[in-house]
Design a protein around this ligand. Structure first.
Ligand code: FES
Length: 79
């Protein structure tokens, strides 16, 4: 499976002592879906049934169904 994630951040998140105290053990999000990025918030559970060989995009205001299967990723600089 492959997923396209859109982020609006334009800079880094500095992790400080408050983050550690607030979050306890730190788990860094690797799925890209966390609402508390860069920390894992459990949102990765939405990826559990993604299938190999398929492409997914998570977006939109529909919190019940943010995942959409997409046919392909097209890059503007591709021919
Ligand atoms: S790994 Fe991304 S929310 Fe958990």
């Amino acid at each position: 499976m492959t997923r396209e994630i859109t982020h609006e951040a334009t800079g880094p998140k500095i992790v400080d002592e408050d983050d550690i105290e607030e979050n306890g053990n730190i788990a860094v999000c690797m799925c890209g879906l966390s609402g508390n990025y860069p920390f894992c918030d459990g949102s990765h559970q939405a990826t559990a049934d993604e299938e190999d060989g398929r492409l997914y995009k998570y977006e939109g205001d529909d919190d019940e169904n943010p995942r959409h299967e997409i046919a392909e990723m097209v890059f503007t600089d591709s021919e």
